[in-house]
Design a protein around this ligand. Structure first.
Ligand code: DQA
Length: 145
């Protein structure tokens, strides 16, 4: 099976960006962790973009190409009806993922348009959250097989 792992704006700067909040792992390190966590059971398609519409295009692509989708929508979590609507078109499991715990941060991070379109949410476990999300996706895919 195929698991999409989509990453939104500014996550290309991981490792250098506010490391006290987001950790020292780069996005390349995190991609490697995902591939290892999927360990032959699933193929990981791992991508990052700073552009909202590109995320919409990739979510639409996943309709045909993926058995599960993990997304760290970054700041678009808190702003994007377009991402909500795109995710609502999917019938595969969707996992919303955040490195930090947005609920424990500024008020403007407390609402996510993505959560109500997700199967579940993982937040606050740093880079390890990506491995947890891959495990969760594999579990959901197995349940549906
Ligand atoms: C984030 C949390 C968001 O609030 C923030 O805008 C990000 C990263 C996280 O992974 O903790 O860019 O999604």
């Amino acid at each position: 099976s195929v698991i999409y792992v989509l990453n939104g704006p500014n996550l290309n700067l991981l490792g250098a960006r506010e490391p006290e909040i987001y950790g020292r792992d780069t996005l390349a390190d995190i991609e490697q962790r995902c591939v290892t966590a999927a360990a032959g059971e699933a193929q990981i398609v791992f991508r990052q973009t700073n552009h909202e519409g590109v995320l919409v295009d990739w979510i639409q692509e996943a309709r045909e190409s993926a058995q599960a989708l993990i997304i760290n929508p970054a700041a678009y979590s808190h702003t994007s009806v377009a991402l909500h609507d795109a995710l609502k078109t999917l019938t595969i499991p969707v996992i919303e993922l955040h490195l930090s715990n947005p609920a424990a941060r500024e008020a403007f991070r407390h609402h996510s348009y993505v959560s109500s379109a997700a199967t579940g949410v993982i937040a606050g476990f740093g880079a390890a959250g990506y491995e947890l999300a891959v495990q969760a996706a594999l579990t959901k895919v197995r349940e549906r097989a």
